[in-house]
Design a protein around this ligand. Structure first.
Ligand code: 13P
Length: 246
């Protein structure tokens, strides 16, 4: 039985004061049956690490460099994230693929850099609305995951995969539990062809997950939790989603 995982992706939101209030409320809510993590903007990681020390919530970052160190102005390396106690790092979020032109191979290289520093990469895949309407969903998510499988080889079982249909992100249009499950099953089958540990791997769903739709999504056999954007910024909503994963 895979333990459910719920990760809050704060994106470029928050402030030191707002983060402290949010984390205090999450800690106050107490431990959850599901594993819970928050992915904060890099400048706040020291604060987050201090606040969550000893709590049952892990933390992570939203991106990392594919490179170890050097002349890469503005980038943050996986080793730096590890120094701040990060457990997770998102790689290949659709906003990075779209706004920073991240290729499938770059995303795979970032996942490799994360693993080299014992961070768990959360590899995000997902199709746009145009791709879904053109019947390309399967081809797109398989292509995105395939680059990571080839690059990580036998280490692929150490990643978390997140299926986030781009058309469902921040739009209020959630994939139906059946739509999401269908893609998760495809991804699981692709992982099975690559590793005998595919049955133990977590595949999260992201895209307009809210307190009122989380339970039915998380009840699907191949949905192992969620990657939560907007609703992760409100303690009551995020806590309710974490409870729905129990
Ligand atoms: P929303 O939950 O705001 O749709 O965002 C999902 C997401 O992109 C999480 O990474």
């Amino acid at each position: 039985m895979r333990r459910k995982l719920v990760i809050g992706n704060w994106k470029m939101n928050g402030s030191r004061v707002a983060n402290a209030e949010l984390l205090a409320a999450l800690k106050e809510a107490g431990p959850s049956v599901a594993e819970v993590a928050v992915c904060a903007p890099a400048p706040y990681l020291a604060d987050v690490a201090l606040s969550l020390q000893g709590a049952s919530i892990s933390w992570g970052a939203q991106d990392c460099s594919a490179f170890e160190s050097g002349a890469y102005t503005g980038e943050v390396s996986a080793s730096m994230l590890a120094e701040f106690g990060c457990r997770y790092v998102l790689v290949g979020h659709s906003e990075r693929r779209a706004f920073h032109a991240e290729s499938d191979q770059l995303v795979a290289d970032k996942a490799k850099a994360a693993l080299a520093h014992k961070l768990t990469p959360v590899v995000c895949v997902g199709e746009t609305l145009a791709e879904r309407e053109a019947g390309q969903t399967e081809a797109v998510v398989k292509r995105q995951l395939s680059a990571v499988i080839h690059t990580l080889a036998h280490c692929i079982s150490q990643v978390v995969v997140a299926y986030e249909p781009v058309w469902a992100i921040g739009t209020g249009k959630t994939a139906s539990p059946e739509q999401a499950q269908a893609v998760h099953a495809l991804l699981r089958a692709q992982l099975k062809a690559a590793t005998e540990k595919a049955g133990e791997m977590k595949i999260l769903y992201g895209g307009s997950v809210k307190a009122d739709n989380a339970a039915t999504l998380f009840a699907q056999p191949d949905i192992d939790g969620g990657l939560i954007g907007g609703a992760a910024l409100k303690a009551a909503d995020f806590t309710a989603i974490c409870r729905a994963a129990a």
